[in-house]
Design a protein around this ligand. Structure first.
Ligand code: C5P
Length: 298
C-alpha cells in the first residue's frame, strides 16, 4: 500500500490571557489559536512495528518522549495489530511556542487512522488528543479557533483572511512548564472573567476595508522576556519594520508580526535573518485550506 504524506502546520496565539491557576496545577486560559503556513512534514508507511526517524533543520530526539511516537503508540492501543514506519521532517523550531510537537501528534493520530483504515469517531480522536497535550486538540480543527480550559476546549471561529505573518525565533527555546511555573501571583490567583471581548477576532472583512487586527495581549510575555531579553529586541524590530500587530506566540520564544502586505515583510525578514534570527515568512492558513491540504498519497 502507498505512502501517506502529511503537513503538520505550526500555530500562533493571537492573544493569550491567563485567568488563574486551577486545582489540577494547569492554568485556565482564553486564547485564539491560528494555523500558519510553516509546517513539519510527516510520512507514514505500513510496517510490522512502529518506528520513527527524524530529519530536517530542527531534528528532535526520536525517543519515547517524542509526541509522534507517543501518539502512534496511543492509537495502536486502540487499534491493535497495526504498525508504521514514520519519517518526520522537523521545520518548526522546538521550544518556540509554535505548537510543532502538538501538531505532529494530532496529524499522527489522523494520519495513522487513515493509513490503518480505521473510522474513528471525532470524539474518540479528541479524547486521545487531549491525553497528549493541551494544544493537540486544536490541530484536529485548524484555522482560527477560540481555546479555553487548559487550551484543549476548542470553539472554531470564522476564519481570518490569509494575512501575511512574519515569525522570528531567537534560536533559543523556552520551556512551557517553566514559564507557567514562574508567572506572577497576579496572574495565578483565581479570577473570574465576565467578558469575552478581545478574545474573538473580527470576522473576515468583505467591505474592502482592512480588517482591524485582533488584540494580541499575551499574559506570558513579560515572564518570557525576563528569561530571554532578546525577545524584547526582536519585538521592537517587528514594530519598527511596519508590522500592524506584534506578539509572542504561546509561552515563547517565537514572536510574530502581522503585516498589511508582503513587501515590508520581506525586507524585514532579510534584515532580521542577517542579524542572526531564525525567520519564517508565512501566511495565516484558514480551516478549509488546512483540512484540504493535510494529506496526500503517493
Ligand atoms: O499540556 P502540555 O503538556 O502541553 O503542557 C505543558 C506544561 O505547561 C504543563 O505541564 C503545565 O506545567 C503547563 N501548562 C499550564 N497550563 C496550561 C497549559 C500548560 O500550566 N493551560
Amino acid at each position: 500500500m502507498s505512502l501517506l504524506r502529511a503537513r503538520a502546520h505550526a500555530k500562533v496565539n493571537l492573544g493569550l490571557r491567563v485567568l488563574g491557576r486551577r486545582a489540577d496545577g494547569y492554568h485556565e486560559l482564553r486564547t485564539t489559536l491560528q494555523t500558519i503556513s510553516l509546517a513539519d512534514t510527516i510520512s507514514f508507511e505500513p510496517a510490522e512495528d512502529i518506528s520513527l526517524q527524524v530529519t530536517g533543520p530542527y531534528p528532535v530526539p526520536a525517543g519515547d518522549d517524542n509526541l509522534v511516537l507517543r501518539a502512534a503508540r496511543l492509537l495502536a492501543r486502540e487499534l491493535p495489530g497495526h504498525g508504521a514506519r514514520i519519517l518526520l521532517e522537523k521545520r518548526i523550531p522546538p521550544g518556540s511556542g509554535l505548537g510543532g510537537g502538538s501538531s505532529d501528534a494530532a496529524v499522527t493520530l489522523m494520519g495513522l487512522a487513515r493509513l490503518w483504515e480505521a473510522a474513528l469517531e471525532p470524539h474518540r480522536l479528541d479524547a486521545l488528543a487531549r491525553q497528549l497535550g493541551s494544544d493537540v486538540p486544536f490541530f484536529l480543527y485548524g484555522g482560527t479557533c477560540l481555546a479555553v480550559g487548559r487550551g484543549e476546549e476548542i470553539l472554531p471561529l470564522p476564519d481570518l483572511p490569509a494575512w501575511p505573518i512574519l515569525v522570528a525565533w531567537p534560536g533559543e527555546g523556552l520551556s512551557t512548564a517553566e514559564i507557567y511555573a514562574t508567572l506572577p501571583e497576579s496572574l495565578t490567583r483565581q479570577r473570574i472573567l465576565s467578558s469575552m471581548k478581545g478574545f474573538v477576532p473580527p470576522p473576515p472583512g468583505g467591505t474592502g476595508e482592512a480588517a482591524e487586527p485582533p488584540d494580541l495581549t499575551n499574559d506570558l510575555e513579560t515572564t518570557a522576556i525576563r528569561r530571554l531579553p532578546a525577545l524584547e529586541r526582536l519585538r521592537e524590530r517587528l514594530v519598527a519594520g511596519g508590522a500592524q500587530a506584534v506578539a509572542m506566540s504561546g509561552s515563547g520564544s517565537a514572536v510574530f508580526g502581522l503585516f498589511p502586505g508582503e513587501s515590508r515583510l520581506e525586507r524585514l525578514a532579510a534584515s532580521l535573518s542577517a542579524a542572526g534570527a531564525h525567520v519564517f515568512a508565512c501566511h495565516l492558513v484558514p480551516r478549509e485550506t488546512y483540512r484540504g491540504t493535510l494529506f496526500e498519497r503517493s
